[in-house]
Design a binder for this molecule. Sequence first.
Ligand code: FES
Length: 359
Amino acid sequence: MTATTYAPASESLRAAELRAPAPGSFPVAPASWYFFCTERELKRGPVARRMLGRDLVGFRTATGRVAVMDARCAHLGANLGRGRVVGETLQCPFHHWRFGRDGRCEDIPAQAEIPGFARQESFPAELRHGAMFFFWGPEKLFPLPFFAGESPENFCATPPFSFVAHGSWFLMVAQGFDTQHFETVHERKLQGPPVVDCPAPQARRTRYVAEVVGPSVRDRVLRLLAGATVAVTITNWGGSLFLVEAKFPRAHSRFLVIYEPAEGHQTRCHVMTFARRGWPALGLPLRRWLTRGHLLAEAELIRDIRYQPTRLISADVEMVRCLHWLATLPQGSDRPLSEAAEKPDSTFQPAGAPHLRCS
Ligand code: FES
């Protein structure tokens, strides 16, 4: 395939415009929304996860409200993921201190007085489409996003599928603004230059129209069922959450990807596909299959990708701008990922079906 990448006025770009941020400029894990677990997992009791360099626990109270908090008990550090839900609280498995959704200790069986240190760091959490999401920060900086102009209740979603990509989170996010790879990796022949803007301070969006020209089975199925041209809108929120819309002549596809920074320059990716309720065309399983193939093929092709900020060319300018935007995002936690870097991540159980570990 011959690439016809649109490089915005390459001759007029100065070297300064192509200078990407240094690797240490990015937040370790930006303050944003992340996927925690499925609603189904919560039915079995508290769910422990080691993610973003921390031991976290999620749970659902007796009245159905959800919470995510630091899993290491403020007393002697027992893992609250091994505790149990008691009413509206989570009880530590060791000395039975009980913590509310806001992380405050509400009961200590051995004494009436509750010391000031008896508090877990807690995070805003929400259930949507059978998944629990949480905001990595003391308070959410923006609501859990959805597709512009649409309401979540009008859509159904597949359970998330997860995989690990071998590349730093900021480089994975910047791929969404990498004009060249739309053609070379995804085999979409652009019909004009992408339009990039920021619909909100925490969001960055690119829109383009392309022709589906790939010879793969997936692309042939797409052309047959949905059509050969597609208008794509990709919006990143907070550096972690992508909402992707692809409008074909005969179908409108939507999916969500959450990138989660992980140790060793890796990124965990969680994906959900959506369909409007009551619309049978291109059912959810087919959408999931197409989306999964699309993303896993990319993850395989770019595995062990390395950030080389001095090697960017004019055609990379939107990626460079995106990288600068990512470098300005706030850090989500006061404890760095490196604090826990030596600890092997053996507890990660990806939700839903197959897990690609590209090693
Ligand atoms: S370690 Fe949790 S109550 Fe003692």
